[in-house]
Design a protein around this ligand. Structure first.
Ligand code: PMP
Length: 409
């Protein structure tokens, strides 16, 4: 049936969707289009948060390609799996994430569409358990964090933790802000490789945060999206493991999209630890019903690849070796940036793909227009977008703006 929009009826009936207001376009996606349209050969893309190799590509990992070939050869059905996704995937991944701390009856995990799906599913669970819970999120953070919790109906609160002038942690400010947190509130924590700042809490600060959660009845929700890209698989999971050991109730949103290079295949998992096995049972049933209404079942392909890699000794060793090369590349570039100018020295000790530069909106625009250097509007750079050969060009273009930023203070 076609509707005649010129009919008198169409004219009097209000458009039920007219109440929607247009939303701003995603700034980072806009940057991709601008970068693509830039004809300058020396342009440098530090915007989008994907790993890049020495030749500027984001390749499919060899271990993933091999697993893909095996999957195509052996997969004999694409029938539905279920809301929990691939159970063997979640189990194999739990060993990577939690190590020996993985298997107990208070911990329940399900496959999700990426880390984003895990965060949203966790947010929905928390909202269902307690609508009054507020979610404390450090500023700055990954821009999707706030909307994910807000769309699930939870109030979000910001706390300080980062000093942009020294590009380091301001723990006293964080503790001061968290004094307002109430029992039952949620504390969102980046497990490693903070996006966008690259800074990490010390072991003592993590311990203090665990103590704070325990003393005040806060629920830690760890977001671990870059395991293996900071200091290695075990070190990058240390804070998560400590939090899960220290507290009866904790959540973890995990992404395999960076450390397996599976971005568009959307591979993640949510784990929820409860204070008792009985609660864990009802948590699981709630997680599954929520997942069912959100996406019914997660996409299988990427998770099947992760399972194949983790279950096969050779593929697993190959994946770890590839991950080591990625990490070494990022950390090597961090060293090169830090060595180029003392004002960038903090970048060496930071971890993960990102760092935040104290640049004005004007400086960010000038770097793009005059030098073809693209970065996120908040001054976040993707370190992996650099190359040892482009570091000097980048730093040379950057320094006058760092000088100006210093003068403005
Ligand atoms: N958390 C953080 C901190 C991230 O940076 C990202 C991805 N940019 C995610 C979660 C979501 O990852 P995914 O692409 O797997 O949804």
């Amino acid at each position: 049936m076609t509707i005649d929009l010129s009919s008198p009826l169409a004219a009097i009936l209000p458009d039920p969707l007219a109440s929607l207001t247009a939303q701003p376009a995603d700034a980072l996606l806009g940057l991709i289009a601008l970068h693509r349209a830039d004809p300058r050969p020396g342009k440098i893309d530090l915007g989008v948060g994907v790993f890049r190799d020495d030749s500027g590509r984001t390749p499919v990992m060899h271990s993933v390609k091999a697993a893909e070939a095996r999957l195509i050869d052996t997969q004999d059905s694409k029938s539905y799996l279920g809301a929990e996704g691939d159970v063997a995937y979640t189990e194999a991944l739990a060993a990577v994430v939690f190590g020996g701390h993985a298997s107990h009856d208070r911990l329940t995990g399900v496959q999700t569409p990426g880390g984003t799906g895990a965060l949203r599913l966790g947010a929905e669970l928390l909202a269902r358990a307690n609508r009054a819970a507020r979610v404390w999120i450090g500023t700055p953070t990954w821009p999707n964090h706030g909307p994910i919790f807000a769309e699930a109906g939870l109030e979000t609160r910001s706390h300080r933790f980062f000093d942009p002038i020294t590009a380091s942690i301001d723990f006293a400010a964080m503790i001061e802000d968290l004094a307002e947190a109430r029992a039952g509130d949620v504390l969102l924590l980046h497990g490693c490789c903070h996006n966008p700042t690259g800074v990490s809490f010390s072991r003592d600060q993590w311990r203090a945060l665990a103590d704070l959660c325990a003393a005040r009845g806060l629920i830690p929700f760890v977001d671990l999206a870059y395991q293996g890209l900071g200091d290695g698989l075990t070190d990058d999971a240390a804070a998560t493991r400590m939090i899960f050991d220290a507290l009866p109730t904790a959540l973890l949103a995990y992404s395999c999209d960076k450390n397996f290079g599976l971005y568009r295949d959307r591979v993640g998992a949510l784990w929820v630890q409860s204070s008792s096995a009985a609660t864990a049972g009802s948590v699981r049933s709630n997680v599954l019903t929520l997942a069912r209404s959100l996406w019914s079942m997660p996409p299988d392909h990427g998770a099947a690849l992760v399972r194949i890699i983790l279950e096969d000794e050779t593929l697993r060793a190959q994946w770890e070796a590839e991950l080591n090369v990625m990490r070494a590349r990022i950390n090597g570039l961090r060293q090169a940036l830090a060595a180029a100018d003392s004002r960038l020295s903090t970048i060496a000790a930071q971890r993960g793909m990102f760092a935040m530069l104290p640049l004005s909106t004007n400086a960010i625009a000038t770097l793009r227009e005059d030098h073809g250097i693209y970065m996120a509007p908040n001054g976040r750079i993707n370190i992996a977008g650099l190359h040892t050969e482009t570091v000097p060009t980048f730093v040379q273009a950057l320094l006058p703006h760092l000088d100006a930023a210093e003068e403005a203070r």
